[in-house]
Write a protein that binds this ligand. Structure first.
Ligand SMILES: [Fe+2]
Length: 250
């Protein structure tokens, strides 16, 4: 599928006007990367770090989404596609199904380096996009979009939103007997990452039914997160969730 095949998401597609980023914005990007990268290099999982190197982010300049897509597409078929802002569910799922990750192009200001209420390009690209270079995670994310795109029931969508939250946004994985991070909410935030590392948050083994039953907390540090053993587990989880949704609607 190309961007021309999108229907619900089409009105939200924009061009990343790369040349209009200011020196100050490149400098804020650089500061964000230098603040986060040491902790991420130490505590992110192997797959995230491999992806980080694959997509070739610069420490000094904001990312050019077209260049990232050129690196990702041959590997997993994903693109990093600029959108105007928050997308309604149907547009968001349509893009995931098409292996297009909707990405904001704005960057937080220097006054709000540590926290912003809505995702910006740092959260989206530094936090999310490296995982799109991992084939199993990439397939999981696309399948997640294709399952959600076909669900009308609000309650079923809310439950599946929890699967997204506890994997894509706040996912943890156990590697070499240590808890490592891969969700963008933990990767891109010093506070959330410290909270995990310093034991401020209970880490439970990933279990699909428990994940689907655990409401998300959007306005405070996470108190409970789930650690997978491998990325096959998240791919199996979306397949199992799909089965459950189908059975419930029969
Ligand atoms: Fe996110």
């Amino acid at each position: 599928m190309t961007s021309r095949s999108l229907v619900a998401a089409e009105p939200f597609l924009v061009k990343q006007e790369y040349e209009i980023y200011t020196t100050e914005q490149h400098s804020v990007w650089s500061e964000l990367v230098s603040r986060r990268l040491p902790q991420v290099r130490e505590h992110a999982c192997r797959e995230f770090l491999d992806g980080y190197d694959t997509i070739g982010l610069s420490n000094d300049r904001l990312p050019n989404l077209r260049e990232i897509t050129e690196r990702l597409r041959p590997r997993t078929g994903w693109s990093t596609t600029a959108v105007s802002g928050f997308l309604p569910g149907n547009a968001f799922f349509e893009m995931l199904e098409a292996r297009m990750f909707p990405t904001t192009t704005w960057l937080r200001s220097r006054d709000s380096l540590a926290y912003i209420p809505e995702p910006d390009i740092f959260h989206d690209v530094f936090g999310h996009v490296p995982m799109h270079a991992h084939p199993v995670f990439a397939d999981f994310l696309q399948h997640y979009g294709s399952v959600c795109a076909r669900i009308q029931n609000a309650q079923a969508l809310e439950r599946l939103g929890r699967l997204f939250w506890y994997t894509v946004e706040f996912g943890l994985i156990r590697q070499d007997n240590k808890i490592k991070v891969y969700g963008s909410g933990v990767i891109s935030s010093h506070g959330e990452c410290n909270n995990v590392i310093e034991g401020g948050c209970e880490v439970r083994p990933f279990n699909l039914s428990e994940v689907l039953d655990t409401p998300v907390k959007v306005d405070e540090l996470q108190k409970v997160l789930f650690a997978i053993e491998s990325f096959d587990q998240v791919y199996e989880a979306i397949q199992e969730a799909e089965k459950q949704v189908k059975q419930a609607s029969e």
